[in-house]
Design a protein around this ligand. Structure first.
Ligand code: NAD
Length: 508
């Protein structure tokens, strides 16, 4: 692949492992070409009508309006707080209220002095990258985040192609989302945005075509909006429930899906610990990201007796050497309506420390479960852990990888470590097709079996130990020499994908 200005793009960097593994297996050149770039790159725009807002004045501006009489707004839910300090102004604010406005400024006791800002139409950039579908329908998450790009989604979509092959589920790879900071929009605006995304993209989606799921900034609620928009008015709408996964269990979601990614991370850690003779009860864990993946992994590890000594997220880090009270932290982040950014910052059960100090904590296991490219070469030099279990997608840079390998810190690569989410998404899709409902125990037993088997094959490839046992056959995948685990994972993915092309052939 050609690099511009001598600097590799994020996608090009992410594809380095692909190139290495493709060389090692002497991949068919045409198949390689098919996989080097996505099948489709959809970039489109969605518009919504935003509501009026109350935007806080600076203290200097507010001083000029000191004599504006305080207003009292009676309807409790009329002002919806946003993370940037503004409030969405719902029309019901007028009901039974006593309001004074001066030149568009309002004074609300205990909240502040605000300017009323008119809402109106807004346009957002949206993406869906469909990387490959040779093994099954495109599959991958929807991300709502301010820092997304074509380059990022291309890398994440390709990762899904590898991940679904490694997890042995009959799906391909895709990823997409919207460039937005969702914390600065109301629930209703997010609903409209999600509906509009599907309205625009509907012709390219479907339970046998492209199946979205939650990712950073999205959740089961948003999946419900998307399913509704896709199925509403369709004659056989119940057949289409599998068009999105990660839904609430009451509307066709799977038991165990909410925690599946975190659960999968823990199954992989358990396997690593079993092999090393390492005991998880009492183990010291540090975790980055406390959203869906991070908080689920933390809850499961905590219940197993591990100590979560520090958690870092985008707004801060909390630390307690004896171990944080995880249920209390989950409550602080996810169940406290005043915590608008859903952050660990401000948690009273721990001490605030800097991100720099977070990386230096003496621990056994690091679980990155936030965004990509966090473990750079520099960070990897500072880590004092035995294992990095990648809950996030792409958390380690190439430099980071080289340093970790040099320092003999083990890595469980993202494509197997966080594959629990997409694996249970497949179980959800199967239940939807069959109109069945499986128990959480059923789901978790299947998940544990699938992840542990494929992680074992990856380790066989890495150590060049081809073998057939009761639960796995790694002989077709070993390449006659030892490789690092990330390359080993890619070899497993590519061999499985290549088989489809070679056995099915190409329609010219
Ligand atoms: P989420 O939106 O629920 O949580 C994201 C977390 O990351 C938040 O705690 C946020 O504060 C933190 N974060 C964001 N930017 C950060 C920064 N610069 N520094 C530190 N922390 C930061 O997202 P999620 O669904 O838990 O996904 C987390 C990661 O796991 C992502 O990389 C995602 O692609 C990956 N993943 C998610 C799933 C899934 O099922 N949700 C499946 C596989 C992989």
């Amino acid at each position: 692949m050609i690099s511009r200005n001598g600097k590799k793009s994020f996608y090009e960097e992410a594809m380095e492992t692909f190139g290495r593994a493709a060389d090692l297996i002497a991949m068919n050149p045409r198949v390689r070409m098919e996989l080097e770039e996505p099948d489709f790159e959809h970039i489109f725009y969605v518009t919504i009508e935003t509501r009026d807002r109350l935007v806080p004045l600076t203290s200097e501006e507010a001083a000029q309006f000191r004599d504006v009489r305080p207003s009292s707004v009676k309807a409790a839910d009329a002002l919806e707080p946003l993370a940037n300090g503004s409030f969405v102004l719902h029309r019901r604010a007028l009901l039974e209220s006593d309001i004074e406005l001066r030149r568009g400024v309002i004074n609300i006791p205990q909240r502040g002095v605000f300017r009323v800002q008119k809402g109106g139409p807004r346009k957002f950039k949206a993406y869906r990258i469909q990387h490959n579908q040779v093994r099954g329908p495109y599959k991958g998450g929807i991300r709502f985040h301010k820092d997304v790009s074509l380059d990022l989604f291309k890398a994440l979509a390709a990762d899904m192609t590898w991940k679904t092959a490694i997890a042995e589920i009959p799906f391909g790879g895709a990823k997409g989302g919207i460039k937005i900071d969702p914390f600065n929009y109301s629930r209703e605006e997010i609903e409209h945005l999600s509906l509009r995304y599907v309205y625009k993209f509907k012709k390219f989606m479907g339970p046998y075509l492209d199946i979205p799921a939650p990712d950073v900034g999205t959740n089961p609620e948003i999946m419900a909006y998307m399913m509704r928009q896709f199925t509403d008015g369709e004659r056989e709408m119940h057949k289409m429930r599998g068009v999105v996964t990660g839904k609430d269990v009451r509307i066709g979601g799977s038991e165990g899906r909410l925690k599946a990614t975190g659960q999968g991370v823990v199954y992989c850690i358990e396997e690593w610990a079993r092999e090393k003779g390492f005991l998880l009860p009492g183990a010291r864990v540090i975790l980055q990201g406390f959203g869906n993946v991070g908080s689920s992994a933390a809850e499961i590890l905590h219940a197993m007796g591990a100590r979560i000594v520090a958690v870092n997220d985008v707004n801060g880090t909390v630390y307690r050497d004896g171990g944080l009270d995880v249920p209390a932290l989950v409550h602080h982040v996810h169940q406290n309506p005043a915590n608008l950014r859903r952050t660990v910052a401000g948690f009273p059960g721990g001490t605030a420390i800097s991100k720099d100090d977070f990386w230096r904590i003496d621990a056994d296991i690091l679980v990155p479960a936030a965004l990509g490219e966090e473990i750079t070469g520099d960070v990897a030099e500072r880590l004092r852990v035995k294992l990095v279990a990648e809950g996030a997608n792409g958390p380690t840079t190439r430099d980071g990888d080289r340093v970790l390998a040099g320092r003999k810190i083990d890595v469980i690569p993202d494509v197997i470590c966080n594959a629990g989410g997409v694996t249970v998404s497949y179980y959800e899709w199967l239940q939807n097709q069959r109109l069945e409902h499986w128990t959480e125990q059923d789901v978790n037993e299947r998940l544990a079996g699938a992840l542990k088997k494929n992680y074992a094959i990856i380790r066989d490839i890495a150590r060049d130990r081809p073998q057939k046992t009761a639960d796995r056959d790694s002989r077709p995948y070993c390449v006659g020499r030892e490789v690092d685990v990330r390359t080993a994972s890619m070899i497993l993915a590519l061999k499985r994908i290549e088989a489809h092309y070679l056995l099915e052939g190409f329609s010219q």
